[in-house]
Design a protein around this ligand. Structure first.
Ligand SMILES: [Zn+2]
Length: 296
């Protein structure tokens, strides 16, 4: 597996929480919105006001002038290598209207989306099920769903936590492309494009659409403390951070990594990637971005 650490860092306008694009009609989402506003006002939260993307050094892409006189075979070889490199990154195409890179493996537990990489338009995971765990959302809510492989792993994780006296509750899992589109377009209509891009994920870029991510909370939490960074200090938050990888989950947006992930610390947002990758990411204390080492 390619292990080149990130060469170019995402410097996004503001680092937002990835879970804040939920249904604004629910208490949780209102809560998230409030948290977001508080974070913006809080000067202690690191932020970059100037959006800037540093271009990666492309010298390795074979554009050395000294080699331009080489035989056609050599050029073709370089083109081929470049093409293979793109395939390795699991990019199907670049969306013209947004500049987003559309991934070609949306169903894989190893799918990787962020503010530069999107799921295909309208993508729906093929095997959504409701894990047999405690849920915060009401019965029948799509938020209860996860892809089967992640749902099975979540059941095991919750069971082990329970064995050790840690009560967890599943707050928000799957979120549809259509729902995210509504939220984003509503934000654009009400607040303008620039504001919308700061505070809402574009449809396709939310990890919740993969059906592989779940926001979790301590079973003893009230709505007032739900999905707060203080979750880290709770027994449940501590246990989750130390044990999630054993069940194939990572803390997707770790503390102090917001310049890499594009999102503020979210101790509650776990993402299924499989035990092997999760364990490596845990042991090396890195992000999914650093694990893959792509420049987008
Ligand atoms: Zn989340």
């Amino acid at each position: 597996m390619q292990k080149i650490y990130i060469a170019s860092i995402f410097l996004i306008g503001l680092f937002l929480t990835a879970c804040q694009q939920g249904d604004p009609n629910t208490n949780i989402d209102e809560k998230e919105q409030t948290t977001q506003q508080e974070q913006q006002a809080d000067q202690s939260v690191p932020k970059k006001e100037t959006a800037k993307t540093e271009e990666q050094d492309n010298a390795s892409d074979g554009l050395n002038e000294n080699e331009s006189a080489k035989a056609d075979d050599s050029t073709n070889e370089e083109d081929k290598q470049k093409e293979e490199k793109e395939i390795d990154k699991h990019i199907a195409k670049v969306e013209k209207s947004t500049g987003l890179h559309v991934v070609d493996n949306p169903e894989s537990p190893e799918v990787y989306v962020n503010k530069q990489r999107t799921l295909p338009e309208g993508y729906v995971p093929p095997n959504l099920v409701v894990p047999d765990v405690s849920h915060y959302s009401s019965e029948g809510s799509p938020k209860r769903q996860l892809q089967k492989v992640a749902a099975d792993a979540l059941e095991q994780l919750f069971a082990e936590a329970d064995q050790q006296g840690i009560g967890l509750v599943a707050v928000s899992g799957y979120r549809s492309y259509e729902r995210q589109k509504q939220i984003y377009e509503s934000a654009v209509a009400n607040k303008g494009q620039e504001h919308a891009d700061k505070f809402s994920a574009r449809p396709g870029t939310s990890e919740h659409q993969t059906g592989l991510a779940m926001d979790v909370a301590s079973a003893t939490e009230t709505a007032a403390t739900l999905l707060e960074q203080s979750f880290k200090q709770t027994d449940a938050g501590t246990w989750l951070a130390e044990n999630a990888h054993n069940f194939g989950f990572i803390i997707r947006y770790p503390e102090g990594k917001n310049e890499i992930t594009g999102y503020n610390y979210e101790p509650w947002h776990i993402r299924y990637v499989g035990k092997e990758i999760a364990t490596e990411i845990y042991n090396e204390d890195i992000t999914l971005e650093e694990y893959f080492g792509y420049d987008y």
